[in-house]
Write a protein that binds this ligand. Structure first.
Ligand SMILES: [Zn+2]
Length: 240
């Protein structure tokens, strides 16, 4: 087992499955304890004129729980921020710090905040995804490890915590995870987001497979997910 305790952070219900569902399922198989932190409520997940945020919220939560169950995620933390309006506020930073200091993970998985658009320039990245990525960097430094940040969390018994490793889901990653054994569960988990499958497009399973195939090809893996990784506990203090 590479990491005993894993915290996977993402903006919307279904982002976790797209970004690292195969890795999560594989690590859960190997015995890792996986926690999800879903930052928004997914309430903007439909362009149907009849859909309301109030109506969508419970549906998306239910779907996320079903997807997490498929992958073997132990616990889902729903932070409840409004989908489509995510900003790096002190409220978001406090909520992230609360989760990180209580879970105390060996690694955080999250989105890459530097990703403005897809490599093929066929879509612009959702702003919530970039803000979620920034929130991940911010909790790693300075919020989770710094005692003066959020003294109210000390009152909740949440002592500072230094995150040992960070893996950002990235097209230009330095580390590949072979998900050949778990791609089917990644697809099944994505399929749990029944309200979203229509938005994915009819051929979504094909392009999810194709993407994972492209990631894995250079390393001779059938399917892979790609990460930009940070080992934050190296002895070398660096020159910062
Ligand atoms: Zn999303």
């Amino acid at each position: 087992m590479q990491f005993q305790k894993v915290l996977a952070v993402f903006a919307h219900p279904d982002d976790g499955e797209f970004g690292f569902g195969g890795t999560v399922a594989k690590w859960a198989d190997e015995g890792s304890e996986i926690h999800y932190a879903c930052i928004t409520d997914g309430s903007a997940g439909s362009n149907d004129p009849g859909a309301t945020r109030e109506g969508l919220r419970p549906i998306r939560k239910r779907e996320q729980l079903a997807a997490a169950k498929v992958l073997g995620v132990q616990e889902c933390h729903f932070l409840g921020f409004v989908d489509g309006e995510l900003e790096l506020t002190m409220d978001l930073r406090r909520a992230m710090t609360r989760v990180v200091r209580s879970v105390r993970p060996d690694v955080i998985l999250g989105p890459d905040p530097s990703r403005m658009w897809s490599g093929s320039r066929t879509y612009i990245n959702h702003r919530d995804h970039r803000v979620a990525g920034e929130a991940v960097l911010t909790v790693v430094m300075p919020d989770a490890p710094s005692r003066p940040q959020f003294p109210e969390l000390l009152d909740e018994g949440l002592e500072p915590f230094e995150v040992p490793a960070l893996w950002l889901s990235s097209e230009e990653g330095d580390t590949l995870v072979d998900i050949s054994s778990s791609i089917d569960r990644k697809l099944e988990a994505l399929g749990s987001h029944e309200s979203q499958v229509g938005e994915f497009g009819g051929d979504w399973q094909d392009w999810v497979r194709k993407m994972a195939k492209e990631r894995g090809a250079p390393a001779g893996m059938e399917y892979a997910e790609s990460f930009r990784t940070f080992n934050l506990r190296e002895d070398d203090e660096g020159d910062d």
